[in-house]
Design a protein around this ligand. Structure first.
Ligand SMILES: Nc1ncnc2c1ncn2[C@@H]1O[C@H](COP(=O)(O)OP(=O)(O)O)[C@@H](O)[C@H]1O
Ligand SMILES: Cc1ncsc1CCOP(=O)(O)O
Ligand SMILES: [Mg+2]
Length: 263
């Protein structure tokens, strides 16, 4: 695990381009900014090529898209491939809404993503594994999450992050797990979206090792939330989200190393 990729983000301040959703866009922009990268969002298809050209990584979030936005997302994904920029996909709620799963699969047939980051319900859907997903949340299921993540990675030929109490990261063959985190993440809508775009920031400085970038991003994000939760006397979702933003800015490689739990 190369935790010092965090320092590389802060030294190089890479531009991370996002198709975000209207629910969590501000959290995503500030999360990227706090960790030391530079966010930019886009809603106009005409600027796609130029936008991708100036960016070091692209994150596509399927949180709340309209038909015209699907065209934009498609153009972004294709441009990321053409410009050889790392591409991250967050397939929000594809486990709960068939239409979304159909769109996600159609998109992935037309461009190659480098990393998919979703919860168990979302990754199970993309691996065609039966799972009881619940809206934007993971829901429940009894299949092995490592096997689900590996199946999704092999089907889509990319790194997959299946996040949750334990984050599973796999390229279809190698598997890493991150055990850090806090249940408070689940009380803040946008935790997953922030993670996906922070994964893109790590990809931007990873010299194309997206498995390592994904692993490190999961550790840094989950451990930072754990540090914040440890300072709270009771469950305070609002305080958690505010202090998470502060801590993403302040946290050091040494802080993370002290509490890191992964294999
Ligand atoms: N029960 C939990 N315990 C510890 N960490 C968690 C828990 N649930 C989610 N996380 C963390 O929350 C972050 C967002 O992941 P997740 O909740 O799976 O995404 P989403 O919001 O898309 O469902 C990740 O860093 C993950 O490790
Ligand atoms: C509530 C909601 N509805 C559509 S997108 C969205 C936000 C999802 O955010 P996250 O998956 O990070 O919790
Ligand atoms: Mg999500």
């Amino acid at each position: 695990m190369k935790i010092d990729l965090l320092n590389k983000i802060r030294e190089t301040n890479p531009v991370v381009l996002n198709i975000s959703n209207f629910v969590t866009v501000q959290d995503v922009a500030n999360g990227i900014n706090a960790i030391g990268a530079s966010p930019i969002m886009s809603e106009e298809i005409s600027e796609t090529d130029e936008m991708v050209g100036i960016s070091s990584a692209v994150a596509l979030n399927l949180g709340a898209f309209t038909k015209p936005q699907v065209d934009h997302i498609l153009a972004m994904g294709k441009a990321a491939n053409t410009h050889h920029k790392p591409l991250v996909l967050d397939p929000v709620a594809v486990g709960a809404i068939d239409y979304r799963k159909q769109v996600a699969n159609e998109l992935m047939n037309q461009f190659q993503v480098d990393v998919i980051r979703g919860n168990a319900g979302e990754i199970a859907a993309l691996a065609n594994v039966a799972w009881d997903a619940k809206g934007i949340d993971a829901g429940s299921g009894d299949q092995d999450v490592v096997e689900i993540a590996k199946a999704a990675a092999n089907m889509h030929h990319c790194v997959v992050i299946l996040s949750g109490a334990t984050d599973v990261i796999t390229d279809g063959e190698h598997v890493a797990r991150v055990f850090n985190g806090s249940p408070l993440f689940q009380l803040h809508v946008g935790s997953g979206d922030m993670l996906s775009s922070i994964v893109a920031a790590f990809c931007a400085v990873s010299d194309n090792d997206y498995f390592e970038a994904a692993q490190t991003a999961c550790l840094v994000f989950a451990a930072t939330g754990q540090l914040v939760a440890g300072q709270l006397q009771e469950e305070r979702p609002g305080t958690f989200s505010m202090q998470l933003m502060d801590e993403l800015h302040l946290v050091t490689v040494a802080d993370i190393e002290k509490i890191a739990q992964f294999d």
